[in-house]
Design a protein around this ligand. Structure first.
Ligand code: CS2
Ligand code: MN
Length: 356
């Protein structure tokens, strides 16, 4: 495996590549072009510029997170074909720059949803949290919560231009149930997977977060059964997954080591997000926690063991981190706690290597 770190680029991140370079064992920067509107082609020269910037810091750039999917594709509107053509061209441009893995998600309207970006933990740190009673409120209240508490940063998938039209988006999704959303994913995959095969790129679908229905919007990737259904849509290994331990782990029924043992050997997992969460009650309310197993509800050792045993050779990155040591950057994406997470994950991995 290769350890990575998500970076929002020199214009949008308070963390510098030189800082990332100093985290022991990091090889990869997981990046994206954040200024291209969803649905438009990512120009090759801009991708190459990003690649050169990352490589100048002696780091690699082979995983993109995310090339987001235009809502017209997820809704299945006639205009989707134009956006799919653009996506195909973006895949070609990324491949030309040496990118091998494209993370994306197929969640309607919202990317991950949290109801509190500054949930205080007993040790004085702050983390992202999700409480059910809060999503009984209007989506608009959640949008305000996210926009007003992100320390001036835009969170991935929460672009203000798009969310300004949230009511129109909800109306557009009115006829889209889970079956229709699955059909729309299938249509998208059938159009892009041949392009991926041609240019040796693997798609890595990110789980829905949280992995349950929200605001009446349908969900596509919540558990192992959903993953099997997605594989059946298009059995090419270019149709791959991101396994995000935090997102899948938000449903205690999901056995993450079992999911890893099923899909890593199929060659379908180029990318892993490692994150721990802590359940606060048995209704599934949770806050994110430090990566260490004893700080949360997930057994991170069992997860790393399953990755090791199945010969996982992709890129892994810590997912969200807490705000600690007075850091107040983009919530979930500070430097310190993610760096601590990396060091811990590397320690587990070294032990697994030396024992085997
Ligand atoms: C988030 C998402 O939980 C996560 O990993 O950071 O923004 C994630 O990157 C996207 O949903 C993937 O497309
Ligand atoms: Mn994730």
């Amino acid at each position: 495996m290769e350890m990575g770190f998500r970076w929002y680029g020199s214009q949008n991140d308070q963390i510098h590549l030189a800082d990332i370079r100093q985290i022991p064992g990091v090889r990869q920067v997981v990046g994206a072009l954040f200024d291209i509107p969803v649905g438009e082609v990512w120009p090759e020269d801009q991708i190459i510029r990003l690649k050169h910037q990352i490589e100048a810091a002696e780091l690699k750039f082979t995983v993109v997170e995310s090339v987001n999917i235009h809502d017209d594709i997820k809704i299945g509107l006639p205009s989707r074909d134009r956006y799919i053509e653009n996506y195909q061209q973006t895949i070609r441009n990324l491949a030309a720059a040496g990118v091998r893995t494209i993370c994306y998600n197929f969640m309607p309207i919202f990317d991950w949803v949290r109801t509190n970006l500054h949930f205080s933990l007993a040790d004085g740190s702050q983390a992202l949290a999700f409480e059910h009673r809060q999503v009984q409120r209007q989506p608009q209240d959640i949008i305000h919560e996210i926009e007003n508490n992100a320390n001036g940063f835009v969170l991935p998938g929460w672009e203000p231009e798009r969310l300004a039209q949230v009511q129109q988006l909800f109306d557009a999704y009115a006829g889209v149930d889970e079956t229709q959303l699955a059909a729309n994913l299938n249509y998208f995959l059938d159009a892009i997977i041949p392009v991926c095969e041609e240019c040796h790129v693997q798609m890595a679908l990110h789980p829905d977060d949280p992995p349950r229905e929200l605001f009446g919007l349908p969900r596509i990737y919540k558990n192992l059964a959903d993953m099997n259904r997605i594989v059946a849509m298009n059995p090419s290994t270019a149709n791959g997954f991101t396994i995000c331990t935090g997102s899948l782990g938000e449903n205690p029924q999901n056995d993450i080591p079992a999911i890893i043992r099923e899909f890593v050997p199929q060659g379908r997992v180029p990318f892993v997000h490692a994150r721990n969460i802590k359940f606060m009650n048995d209704q599934g309310d949770f806050h994110e926690s430090a990566h260490l197993s004893s700080m949360g509800s997930l057994d991170m050792f069992a997860i790393m063991q399953a990755l090791h045993e199945t010969g996982f050779s992709g890129v892994i990155r810590p997912d969200h981190g807490r705000d600690i040591w007075h850091e107040s950057g983009r919530p979930g994406y500070g430097l310190y706690d993610r760096a601590l997470g990396i060091t811990y994950l590397n320690g587990l991995w070294e032990a697994l290597e030396k024992q085997s």
